[in-house]
Design a protein around this ligand. Structure first.
Ligand code: BDR
Ligand code: CA
Length: 344
């Protein structure tokens, strides 16, 4: 008799928990994905970081900085500016100031402005960086939250390669890597074959692509198909002046760069596409491919991707496990997601 009562109590508890679960599901409540954004902000990096901060699907547990669009000093000052702007208490860790092997090249001030925020006078760092390097911070967070963190690198991959050197078990400790970089079936943007982030540190990129962990490459194949126009930015600025006006102001310089290069129908979003992938992978179409990176020479920084080549001809690609290479994107839906998230 007593055991029957216990069974019915357990059953009632189970039904109650199930009902709560259904209610949470119905309300769209899901546990947000923990992300560390590794960035070289950068105008599009800044949009990506704000997009991530605003998304209820994501929990930004840290920002790590890297050289690239700007010097490491400016990248770090800009990350602190963004954290200050949203009023988040999120750690910022300063990362690599130069590539692993090749010499550092001057930053592309003609794309992002000398300060990396489109020379809009909006660089106002708040607070200070933490004591750890970016690579050490990535390792520590992955150890603290095993299997939970998605790394979202949107600059050169130096910090990620350094983190792998510190902790070879990193692939088992993170949930995955969703990176903006590379060009699989399209032209590059810093050479006919190379994309800027991969070109920035090709040796680091090759390490990342050779590591057996779940990597998604959100490259130029898709990021150039998502183009931002001013009317969308104006709507965000109206709905959410604090972030929207900031984005509108910093994108003026970046916009003129793309216009001067003949890009029509808006300017490339690039880095926000990687964040969009983490929020809603269903917006993208991917294809498995093995990526190796040319370290130097004419093809320096090229992400040479083996999709279907017969195995006997691709010995150099045996070392590289298949990664998910984005080849399609629902551009309109992604822009809607960007707008609705930043308008919150
Ligand atoms: C990538 O290079 C940088 O200019 C952008 O921030 C983006 O991460 C695009 O090739
Ligand atoms: Ca970037």
């Amino acid at each position: 008799m007593r055991s029957r009562r216990r069974v019915s109590r357990i059953l009632a508890l189970f039904l109650c928990l199930a009902a709560l679960g259904v209610a949470a599901f119905a309300d769209g409540e899901v546990t947000p994905t923990k992300v560390i954004i590794d960035a070289d902000p950068g105008v599009d990096d800044s949009m990506a970081i704000l997009f991530a901060f605003q998304s209820p699907a994501l929990e930004v547990v840290g920002i790590t900085t890297v050289f690239g669009n700007v010097t490491i000093d400016n990248a770090t000052a800009n990350a602190l500016t963004l954290v200050g702007l949203v009023g988040a208490s999120v750690p910022v860790a300063r990362g690599a100031e130069h590539p692993l092997v090749k010499d550092l090249r001057p930053p592309p001030t003609f794309v992002h402005g000398a300060d990396g925020l489109g020379n809009a006078g909006r660089q106002r760092p708040v607070g200070a960086v933490i004591g750890q390097t970016a690579a050490q911070f990535i390792v520590d967070m992955a150890r603290r939250h095993p299997g939970e963190i998605t790394l979202v690198p949107v600059g050169p991959l130096t910090n990620i390669a350094l983190a792998l050197a510190i902790e070879p078990r990193l692939p088992e400790l993170v949930k995955g890597v969703v990176l903006m970089g590379g060009a699989a079936r399209v032209e590059g943007n810093v050479s006919p074959v190379a994309e800027a982030n991969i070109f920035g540190d090709p040796h680091a990129a090759d390490i990342v692509f050779k590591t057996p962990w779940p990597v998604t490459m959100v490259g130029l194949d898709v990021t150039t198909r998502v183009r931002l126009q001013d009317d969308l930015l104006e709507r965000i600025a109206k709905a959410n002046p604090k972030l929207g006006e900031f984005i509108y102001e910093i994108t003026r310089f970046y916009k003129s760069f793309y216009e001067s290069r003949g890009v029509s129908g808006g300017f490339y979003t690039h880095d926000p596409s990687a964040v969009a992938y983490v929020i809603d992978p269903g917006l993208f179409e991917t294809e498995a491919g093995r990526v190796r990176v040319a370290p130097e020479g004419l093809a320096e920084g090229q992400t040479i991707t083996a999709f279907g080549t017969p195995p006997e001809f691709w010995s150099a690609w045996y070392d590289a496990p298949p990664v998910e290479v984005c080849r399609g994107v629902e551009a309109e839906a992604m822009l809607e997601l960007f707008e609705s998230t930043l308008s919150r």
